[in-house]
Design a protein around this ligand. Structure first.
Ligand code: SF4
Ligand code: SF4
Length: 342
């Protein structure tokens, strides 16, 4: 037997959450080719298809692209500071990809453990993450290389898995997830589930890490980065990239100190006030992105900074991103390439 919810019952449940004023964020088709995570205006617009690839990631609902840290106001010689509110209303993220949710424990290392950030922690506490197991995958997916999978539970409070009768099996992993669906499911006979196949075989994150450790200096970094435009789309659509810049917006009388997303792919990212830039070329910057994800972050936190979601390749205007880079590295070094079976 399995805890089950039909599509109709799920829609009714979402209508109830919306009715009580709770924000529900989910994938929404904005056009035939563009899907984005955004707050739902009605239950029916959430996409519950076999495979979704929103253009953004769920990280922006926990780590916003633009965020006020505090406001300031000057009166004569006095400066008044007003802290940002940590009063975040409860919200639900529904039908997130498991590879999006898997990024949240990685972000927790940075924003909740190493140097706790009150608004990030408030958002994590306020949000419940319900993932939708992928029934299919596309050619840019490689989550299984990263030891995740189409129904990986990392970062999920609960998960919906599509059954062969069209309803969803509901799996709860945390108290928050269980509470969300308490009394809302029915016990039905278990039946086959629609879960995507393993998409890349014979290639592991351990191989990637070994290359990064032994080849900080390697001519392949030049060829890998040759097409890169330095646009930052890879980082902005990546669920794990979390670089930011802090600036003051305002004038002498008042304003706000704000945190904006940044990217190691931007040419000004490491520019010093002296004019010196230690990463002055795009090859340096591409190497940094991969070295950080597969060597530096694991050295510090014991986990890679990549879930294998494929967004960086899918959204890159010149088809680069991690997966393409790994293939280029494999070609250059004569090692096995991570070829996707799709
Ligand atoms: S790898 Fe692609 S998405 Fe990333 S900065 Fe370069 S061109 Fe832009
Ligand atoms: S580096 Fe690329 S594949 Fe890895 S999590 Fe970020 S966007 Fe996804």
């Amino acid at each position: 037997m399995s805890d089950t919810i039909t599509v109709e019952a799920l829609h009714r449940l979402v209508a109830g959450w919306l009715g009580e004023g709770r924000a529900v964020i989910g994938p929404v088709n904005l056009s035939p080719k563009i899907c984005r995570y955004r707050p739902l205006s009605n239950p029916e617009e959430v996409v519950l298809g076999p495979f979704i690839r929103p253009r953004n990631s769920v990280k922006e609902f926990f780590f916003p692209q633009h965020e006020e840290l505090f406001r300031y106001r000057t009166t004569g010689q006095t400066i008044q500071l007003e802290e940002a509110s940590t009063d975040i209303p409860p919200f639900v993220v529904l039908a997130a990809r498991p590879c999006d949710a898997a990024a949240l424990p990685m972000l927790d290392h940075v924003f909740a453990e190493e140097d706790p950030d009150p608004t990030y922690i408030a958002r994590r506490n306020a949000g419940v993450v319900v993932t939708l197991a992928c029934a299919e995958h596309d050619r840019d997916c490689f989550c299984t290389v990263m030891h995740f999978g189409p129904d990986s539970e990392a970062g999920s409070d609960a998960m919906l898995v599509t059954r062969s009768d069209g309803a969803f099996e509901v799996r709860s992993f945390t108290e928050k997830g269980a509470a969300l669906f308490a009394g809302q499911t029915e016990s039905r006979e278990a039946m086959p589930l629609k879960i995507a196949d393993k998409m890349v075989e014979g290639y592991t994150v351990e191989q990637i890490r070994e290359f990064m450790e032994n080849n900080f200096e390697h001519p392949v970094w030049e060829t890998v980065s040759a097409p890169c435009l330095g646009c930052g789309a890879c980082a902005y659509t990546c669920p794990t990239c979390h670089c930011f810049d802090i600036v003051d917006e305002g004038n002498a009388a008042g304003g706000a100190r704000v945190r904006n997303w940044d990217s190691c792919q931007f040419c000004m990212f490491t520019a010093h006030a002296s004019g010196h830039n230690p990463r002055s070329t795009q090859p340096n910057r591409q190497r940094q992105r991969l070295q950080h994800k597969f060597r530096m972050f694991p050295d510090k936190f014991g986990t890679s900074l990549c879930t294998g979601c494929g967004n960086c390749t899918h959204n890159c205007p010149v088809g680069l991103g991690v997966l393409t880079s790994l293939r280029e590295i494999s070609r250059a070094t004569g090692t096995q390439s991570p070829e996707n079976k799709t």
